[in-house]
Write a protein that binds this ligand. Structure first.
Ligand SMILES: Nc1ncnc2c1ncn2[C@@H]1O[C@H](COP(=O)(O)OP(=O)(O)OP(=O)(O)O)[C@@H](O)[C@H]1O
Ligand SMILES: [Mg+2]
Length: 406
């Protein structure tokens, strides 16, 4: 097994989530999936494993990453670019069934322009809703007597791009996009043949809630990626150690898992990577001290790119005031590895919201608390009858504390 910390992993490097893949595979029999989670949690690797699984059963599966798309037309371009090679490999029978219809539709994609707001214009000046073109594409591929999985990665980023680039109509266009997804796509006669797996790392759920369009994504099955159990995490570290001829005792592996606290594969890979480098540099040092050093390196400038995203994500998806409140709450929670009492956090927020009534401050606290719970920043610990909000990922807490310390 390779020690990969960054790019999506495939094949033998995809460790310990086989059951997750078969669960997602089962869901796809009847539903589309919305797979949301923080950066680096393994969304793309898992989605690709699902694609491989359905291909084994004869489905066609394509992947589009729409992070760079700023409008609907670019989304269609991506879809076309991914579909074209697939259609080229169709059997003659399927091709003749489709005729040259795809050529016609893709010609329309090329001539679609974003005309200011929701409507799009064809090259010849005739107005046509882009959703019509998009639905025609789907209708065509569904004709081909095969099942399809369309994996759309980073959809929330595209939707945030649309809103940012079109302050006047952006929200409306996002609603139209999501409505198209929910209504028009569902209404296609062959809809059962085309399944969607949509994933992303900035809160689509926050976006739709803030703009009152939660209904648009409710038809999808919402899924996340839980951390490994301690046993799986330890077994993965053991497997990595074997691959790199490193002696790592069960106890040492357990130590790493305890230091990470939230054993998501990426952070185990990172910790292992730094440990491996340190062991080569200081072969005589004792492993526990090297493990501590490895954890420390993870949060130092230069090695800490991924943690910045946790901070940035708040400002992307929340209003300025909410993002600042959330940062303050997290700054406070980061001060103690076992977390900070709910009352102390609320008091801090009340201090910041001096013009708000206690009720308003409490409501804001609860709303932000829930977002931070859902997005895996912290969890509520209630042992000993006291409720504390505590960082899930210990390296993130350390990083948070460091960035809030002179
Ligand atoms: N099943 C797995 N087995 C081993 N390592 C994994 C697995 N899934 C994820 N990883 C680790 O996490 C890293 C990121 O994986 P991946 O790119 O799939 O995550 P992501 O959620 O799509 O990230 P991003 O939000 O940056 O797109 C990998 O480089 C690897 O270190
Ligand atoms: Mg990804």
């Amino acid at each position: 097994m390779d020690n990969i910390a960054g790019s999506p992993v495939e094949g033998d490097n995809f460790y310990g989530r086989e059951k997750v893949v078969s669960h997602l595979r089962e869901i796809l029999a009847n539903d589309d999936i919305l797979l949301l989670g923080p950066r680096r949690i393994g969304k793309t690797s898992t989605a690709r494993a699902v694609m491989a699984a359905v291909r084994n059963e004869g489905w066609r599966a394509i992947e589009i990453n729409v992070a760079s798309c700023t409008n609907e037309r670019e989304f269609l371009d991506k879809l076309e670019a991914a579909l074209t090679p697939e259609l080229a490999s169709f059997s003659e029978k399927a091709k003749s069934a489709i005729g040259d219809a795809f050529g016609k539709v893709s010609g329309r994609i090329k001539s679609v322009e974003i005309a200011g707001s929701v409507s799009v214009k064809l090259g010849n000046g005739e107005a046509e809703d882009w959703t019509k073109v998009a639905s025609d594409v789907l209708h065509l591929i569904a004709h081909a007597d095969e099942r399809w999985l369309i994996y759309v990665d980073e959809l929330p980023i595209m939707l945030f791009n649309v809103i940012r680039n079109d302050p006047q109509n952006g929200v409306l266009r996002v609603r139209r996009f999501l409505d198209w997804f929910r209504n028009d796509v569902r209404a296609l006669p062959d809809v059962r043949k085309v399944r969607w797996l949509v994933s992303g790392s900035v809160g689509l759920d926050t976006l739709v809630q803030e703009h009152g369009m939660a209904d648009t994504i409710n038809s999808m099955s919402h899924q996340g990626l839980a951390a490994y159990s301690d046993d799986v995490a330890i077994a993965m570290l053991a497997e990595l150690a074997t691959s790199y001829n490193i002696e790592l005792s069960d106890e040492e592996a357990r130590h790493i898992v305890a230091a990470v606290q939230w054993p998501q594969p990426y952070y185990l890979q990172m910790a292992f990577h730094h440990l491996r480098v340190l062991m080569a540099e200081h072969p005589d040092d004792d492993p526990p001290s090297l493990i501590e050093q490895a954890m420390d390196i993870m949060v130092q400038p230069g090695a800490d790119n991924d943690f910045h995203h946790w901070e940035k994500r708040l400002t992307i998806q929340l209003s300025k005031a909410d993002a600042d409140h959330a940062l303050t709450l997290l700054n406070l929670a980061a001060r103690d590895p076992i977390g900070v009492r709910a009352e102390a956090l609320l008091a801090k927020l009340q201090e910041r919201m001096s013009n708000a009534t206690p009720d308003e401050a409490k409501r804001t606290f609860i709303r932000l608390r829930d977002i931070l719970l859902r997005d895996a920043y912290w969890w509520a610990e209630e042992t000993s009858g006291v409720k504390r909000y505590r960082f899930r990922l210990e390296p993130l807490r350390r990083w948070w504390l460091r960035r809030d310390t002179l």
